[in-house]
Design a protein around this ligand. Structure first.
Ligand code: FAD
Length: 433
């Protein structure tokens, strides 16, 4: 039987390995880092003397592939968040607070009830969101939508978080792709979910344990430096301890970030513009809130997450903050936290994490550079949040692409002959468990 070599043990590579292992395939995962998880991981921070995530990650209940992944590894109940669709906000300049509470069903009657919606938003403002459905590939969020109170107080923060791109440049089509799978289906599909403990505890460590038990070989601190090819197939992987020769029916999946894929497969032209995400973790025990997070408007901080012993702030589309020091940002943000959470304390110990290439920039131009799973090499496929998933770079997109890559491998005959499929990214995902 052929062997599948997965390069990269982020969520995409882990999802591929889970589906392949479930189908009984022989799999080896190569990860350059000392641990798995890639851009979605937890670690022990010596300065704060506690475990923290590289950055806050928010999911929505409508993220079907992420939920299937968690079910597969038995950690769906490690996610927390409000029991209902609930998005609390505070406008920092005025101190005004409100909560957006969509009803669960598909008919959005909540927009008729002022206490469930955005202050000052009219029915006409809500109706303007339908423009996103007809967005052209070139439309940006800010260019397409009118700048109403609804835009300022809900759509803009949602778009920045979902696209990790300023709305002036962010693709309106990609924003619609997120909304079509969440808000547009009803509140039941947009209940906020996030790990109660940490990203690795929910997404990574149990997956690694599951894969190890299933016989998958996981090689961490194993950077693949190059692929050897014969023009039509990859023939070997260059690993730190020497070349790994590939058998005639072996398959390779590059589940690495876009720049690494371009380095390993010259000729590939994936997304090449990126946006940072800035996270600040304060060691502070704040009183729990109903939602566990709050959105901030008119401030530097965008979202605050309240976890046991830690208050964390996320700022997306953070290339604009490149020349501001972490000290300056922490000093500016702590007073915003105090206002939002009604805290009267001095600034506690903190840790800043700036992920410089957190995601590709979700602009119309970058969207055109996304590629499907297949490559010019018959035994090499690609996966990851930057491939043509139809979604922005998210956990859902990464996992979906990983499952799709596994389906592609499983669809190949043992002789390595490709099965004709005009649209490989959209193959049905496996339902086996
Ligand atoms: C701070 C931050 C906040 C985020 N917030 C959210 C959020 O709220 N909601 C959401 O849905 N998404 C969020 N995301 C996006 C989400 O984390 C990513 O979309 C997802 O983790 C990408 O997974 P991936 O497997 O595609 O890529 P990666 O996680 O980048 O995995 C690729 C793996 O390949 C490894 N690798 C690289 N080169 C090699 C090599 N040569 N050999 C072997 N291994 C190699 C890397 O070490 C890495 O582990 C956020 C991302 C960041 C950084």
């Amino acid at each position: 039987m052929s062997h599948v070599h997965i390069i990269g043990a982020g969520l995409s590579g882990l999802a591929t390995a889970l589906d392949l292992a479930a189908a009984g395939r022989a799999v080896t995962l190569y990860e350059s880092g000392p641990t798995c998880g890639g851009r979605c991981r937890s670690y022990f921070d010596r300065e704060l003397n506690t475990r923290i995530d590289n950055g806050n990650h928010l999911l929505l209940s409508g993220n079907r592939d992420a939920m299937r992944y968690l079910t597969r590894i038995g950690t769906q109940d490690t996610l927390g968040g409000p029991a209902t669709p609930l998005f609390p906000f505070i406008d920092i300049p005025s101190g005004r607070r409100w909560s957006v509470r969509p009803n669960r069903g598909p008919i959005p009657w909540w927009v008729l009830i002022p206490s469930r919606g955005v202050p000052g938003a009219s029915l006409r403002d809500y109706a303007s969101l339908l423009r996103l459905r007809q967005a052209s590939p070139a439309d940006t969020v800010a260019g397409l939508l009118p700048h109403t109170p609804l835009y300022r107080n809900l759509i803009e923060p949602f778009a920045i978080a979902a696209l990790n791109t300023p709305p002036e440049h962010g693709s309106a089509r990609l924003l619609w792709a997120v909304m079509a799978e969440s808000l547009a289906r009803g509140g039941a599909y947009c209940i906020p979910r996030f790990p109660k403990l940490g990203l690795s505890e929910s997404f990574v460590d149990p997956a690694v344990a599951h894969l190890t038990a299933a016989g998958v070989t996981i090689r961490t601190s194993h950077r693949i430096a190059a692929l050897q090819t014969n023009g039509t197939h990859a023939t070997a992987l260059l690993a730190p301890d020497g070349p790994v020769t590939l058998g005639p029916t072996d398959q390779v999946i590059l589940a690495v970030p876009a720049p690494v894929a371009a380095m390993l497969l010259p000729g590939l032209a994936p997304p090449d513009a990126f946006e940072a995400i800035f996270n600040l973790h304060f060691k502070y025990e704040a009183a729990p809130t109903e939602a566990g997070f709050i959105g901030l408007i008119g401030s530097l901080a965008e979202w605050i997450f309240i976890k046991p012993g830690i208050v964390s702030v996320t700022i997306s589309a953070a290339n604009r903050l490149a020349d501001r020091t972490p000290e300056a940002l922490a000093s500016a943000i702590w007073p915003e936290i105090c206002l939002a959470l009604d805290i009267g304390a001095g600034m506690p110990p903190w840790r800043a994490i700036r992920e410089k290439r957190a995601t590709f920039a979700a602009t119309p131009a970058q969207q055109q550079r996304r590629i499907s799973a297949t490559t010019h090499l018959q035994n090499v496929a690609v996966s990851g949040d930057w491939t043509d998933t139809g979604l922005p770079a998210t956990i859902e997109g990464a996992i979906r692409s990983g499952f799709a890559a596994a389906q592609k491998v499983l669809a190949l005959s043992y002789q390595g002959a490709p099965v004709t499929n005009p649209n490989p990214m959209r193959m049905p995902v496996s339902t086996s468990s």
